[in-house]
Design a protein around this ligand. Structure first.
Ligand SMILES: Cc1cc2nc3c(=O)[nH]c(=O)nc-3n(C[C@H](O)[C@H](O)[C@H](O)COP(=O)(O)OP(=O)(O)OC[C@H]3O[C@@H](n4cnc5c(N)ncnc54)[C@H](O)[C@@H]3O)c2cc1C
Length: 368
């Protein structure tokens, strides 16, 4: 539970609260200066290296510590969250071949940008595939939703390699046959790209880890991102509910506090129940992850519940605050757009439910 933290963990949360209040929420003359200030302060606070491996000067924080910091930061609805943590290895974690020098090290040093190519269009005749011949791999296929793909130096793509199986492969975006088909933005303001691969040739060293073992590697990264979404969702819940507190204690046109109305109070309490349940799940799941146990089902449940709850909480908060909350630039309007994507990205809620059901009914696996 969030309340049974050690003194050290509470101090970590406090440090994150201070970073948000003293550095992230203050005005700067330019966006570049704001980003640089957040990065410097985050490094000084020891947050920047939390997502980086010890072998590269990182501190490799455990899941609970990351959860504490992420939740505390987002509970202020502070901007520039992406400047707080340093680049993490993602699916390149633990590579020992030439990819270490050519891609992992520059990625961690901030010299190269990576992206993740997993999702494909519905109408593909054959999922992205690769054929190995003379130590060269030739890749053909499509990826339809690669976040940051247009600005990335490489795509870590899931490729079904003939006779080996699904593998993660590093594809530099400037290679012959890498066709950037479309650039687009989504409701939350993030930028994406669609790629077509036409016989893209790479050395077999571009295969990350053992060929055929790409899915578990990809799923580990997806699992970590699910925990990130859940922690950020819980932080935003705290922010929305604190904002609603003030709103409901203030008086309306008739001179009585808005929260005096039963129906308003009912909605507000309902949102508090959701936040209580989501935060309890989040901290329990983070602890399970750190215990080394398999937490795949818990992470799916946590991600689905937290992202759906923050969606409902922001939506209801808009209803309770009224039309002003829909005016462009209002924090609730921005948050509404920001959190909507989470119910699809890193596993659609419906699909996560199906997977949990399948685990229990068909595989006899899982605790929930
Ligand atoms: C902001 C954002 C960023 C993203 N970034 C990336 C990225 O960097 N890399 C990447 O590879 N992808 C990325 N995605 C894509 C994301 O992973 C997919 O949108 C998500 O997995 C759903 O896939 P889909 O869009 O193809 O929808 P579909 O798979 O078609 O799912 C749509 C709906 O169909 C139903 N459905 C789907 N499958 C089943 C099933 N098996 N059984 C029953 N019902 C089902 C569900 O209701 C589901 O919600 C991103 C998406 C968003 C919104």
């Amino acid at each position: 539970m969030p309340e049974s933290l050690t003194a050290e963990q509470n101090a970590l949360a406090e440090k994150a609260n201070q970073l948000a209040q003293d550095v992230m929420l203050v005005p700067y003359p330019t966006p570049e200066k704001a980003r640089a200030a957040v990065r410097e302060a985050s490094k000084a606070a020891g947050f920047f290296t939390m997502t980086q491996p010890a072998a590269y000067g990182g501190t490799e924080a455990d899941q609970l510590s990351l959860t504490i910091v992420r939740e505390a930061l987002t509970s202020h609805n502070a901007p520039l969250m992406d400047a707080v943590f340093g680049p993490s290895p993602g699916v390149l974690g633990g590579v020992t071949n030439s990819l270490r020098e050519s891609h992992l090290e520059p990625l961690l040093a901030g010299e190269k940008r990576s992206s993740f190519g997993f999702t494909e269009p519905d109408n593909v005749a054959r999922p992205t595939f690769g054929i190995i011949s003379d130590n060269r791999l030739s890749v053909t296929g499509q990826k339809s939703y690669v976040t940051g793909g247009a600005e990335a130096d490489f795509v870590n793509a899931l490729v079904d390699i003939e006779d080996r199986g699904p593998s993660m492969v590093v594809l530099d975006t400037n290679l012959d046959g890498m066709i950037l088909e479309q650039k687009f933005s989504s409701l939350d303001g993030s930028h994406h790209a669609a790629f077509r691969f036409e016989n893209v040739e790479v050395p077999t060293d571009a295969i990350i880890g053992e060929p055929g073992k790409g899915l578990p590697r990809a799923m580990r990264q997806i699992g970590d991102t699910r925990m990130l979404f859940a922690a950020n969702a819980c932080g935003y819940m705290i922010w929305v509910l604190n904002m609603l507190n003030e709103h409901l204690l203030a008086k309306d046109k008739s001179g009585t506090p808005r929260g005096d109305k039963d129906v308003v109070r009912w909605h507000y309490a309902n949102l508090r129940i959701k936040a209580y349940a989501a935060r309890s799940m989040l901290y329990r799941t983070a602890r399970l992850a750190d215990s080394g146990e398999n937490f795949v089902n818990e992470a799916m449940a946590c991600k689905a519940f937290a992202t759906e709850s923050i969606g409902e909480i922001v939506d209801t908060a808009i209803q309770l605050v009224g039309g002003v909350a829909l005016v462009e630039g209002h924090p609730l309007e921005r948050l509404y757009r920001h959190v909507r994507a989470w119910r699809l990205a890193e596993g659609a809620s419906d699909v996560l439910r199906l997977n949990i059901g399948r685990g229990i009914l068909e595989l006899g696996k899982g605790r929930i």
